[in-house]
Design a protein around this ligand. Structure first.
Ligand code: HEM
Length: 376
């Protein structure tokens, strides 16, 4: 349980992070040039790419969820996928068919069945419970392997996914996939940007954007086999755009607890201002209504850490949001959604049609193959 006064102001963190981002940019191996693609993102390191890096998520995503065939040696499979990811992101893999990798990232996660076979006490070993507002085909619930492919170039996504699935061969069987895109971003504060979702609201403002918050709430510090990893939650949500768009703007803003135009919380300030959940009108009504998403999903109100949301919009078969969140404790997600089920005005506009959680494997490099700390 964390008290609100334990949390330093987000503005302070954003400033510190902007500075860190500036320093990191100075050491970037390949800088973006006019006419050239976006800067490369290193695939190797303490953490996998595609969670906090690149800092502004790429415009396009393809998430592929697959099962791993019984009897498969998981360690060698992951090590091979890691090698393929290094070659694909370096642009040295022939299966890229000559496409430029640019800012390509691939993030690999393993599902609860595989993690619990190693040790049922590990983070990532527990599956998500069912929630309300779900209409999930059994094929779209859970899964053993997540390949989250992100790039500025939308065409690269399916080529990269095919290369990785080809490498895995009959050791994996695809369950479901979802592509998504992010629109133009809005500056939030120095260095941090966030896109609008299909309801028109800026999405991705609050989260562990500063390094200190990431150490505390995002990355797993241990036990050793998972240190440097994280817990991912993916929820494909179809949104009732027609019903939401028909609401007067003030009612739309009451659903989220923010202003649509500039993203400022209804308690005042600008987009980077922390929402004041206690602020009231002179006649005693909450400025951020009781059912506002911002209030129901607020971390201190739910008594959990911050989750890093990196969601993507889609429009097939209906407009929606592929909600993607990273955190170091599954309870951050489950407690938040449980609290949202108790009166979040946004939830009745959503129908969840796919749901899964994965352990995002710790980072890897030439000497430490992907998955090696967990699967020998
Ligand atoms: C699984 C369901 C969801 C969870 C767990 C969730 C979680 C969160 C959290 C933790 C926040 C930050 C609240 C705060 O601390 O102030 C937030 C804010 C927000 N969410 Fe969600 N959300 C969910 C679904 C959605 C959906 C379906 C949409 C869009 C249609 C959405 C759009 C937003 C927006 C616009 C904000 C405010 C701006 C921001 O902080 O990014 N969320 N959500």
């Amino acid at each position: 349980m964390r008290r609100a006064d334990d949390l330093p102001s987000r503005r302070t963190f954003l400033g510190a992070t902007a500075l860190a981002a500036g320093l990191a940019a100075a050491c970037e191996p390949r800088a973006a040039q006019p006419g050239a693609g976006a800067a490369a993102v290193p695939a190797t390191g303490t953490h996998q790419a595609g969670v906090t890096l690149p800092r502004e998520a790429q415009r396009n995503l393809l998430a592929v969820v697959a099962d791993v065939a019984d009897g498969t040696a998981v360690g060698p499979l992951l090590a091979e996928l890691g090698e393929a990811i290094r070659a694909l992101t370096a642009g040295t893999d022939a299966r890229l068919l000559g496409l430029r990798p640019d800012d390509l990232t691939v993030t690999v996660g393993v599902g609860p069945r595989l993690v619990s076979a190693v040790d049922p006490a590990l983070p990532g070993a527990t599956d998500l419970p069912p929630f309300r507002h779900e209409r999930i085909d059994p094929r779209a619930r859970g899964g053993d392997l997540l390949l989250q492919v992100c790039a500025g170039d939308p065409v690269a996504l399916s080529v990269v996914a095919a290369a990785l699935l080809g490498r895995a061969g009959d050791r994996v069987r695809e369950r479901w996939r979802q592509s998504g895109r992010r629109g133009a971003t809005v500056p939030v504060d120095r260095g941090l940007t966030a896109p609008r979702n299909v309801f028109g609201f800026v999405d991705g403002v609050v989260g562990p954007h500063a390094e200190e918050q990431q150490r505390r709430d995002l990355w797993l510090a241990g036990p050793a086999p998972v240190a440097g990893g994280a817990v991912a939650v993916l929820r494909r949500m179809e949104l009732d755009l027609a019903r939401f768009a028909a609401l007067p703007r003030a009612d739309q803003e009451a659903v989220f607890g923010r202003r649509r135009d500039d993203g400022a919380p209804l308690s005042g300030g600008d987009i980077a201002t922390d929402p004041d959940l206690g602020a009231k009108t002179p006649d005693g009504r909450y400025l951020i209504p009781a059912g506002a998403h911002l209030r129901r999903a607020h971390s201190t109100a739910a008594g959990v850490g911050l989750m890093l949301r990196r969601s993507y919009s889609f429009d097939d078969p209906a407009p929606g949001l592929l909600f993607i969140a990273f955190q170091n404790d599954l309870a951050t997600f489950t407690k938040t959604l449980t609290r949202m089920e108790n009166g979040d005005a946004l939830l009745p506009f959503t129908t969840t049609t796919a749901s899964a959680t994965f352990l995002v494997l710790p980072g890897f490099d030439e000497r430490r193959p992907l998955g090696a700390t967990l699967f020998h």
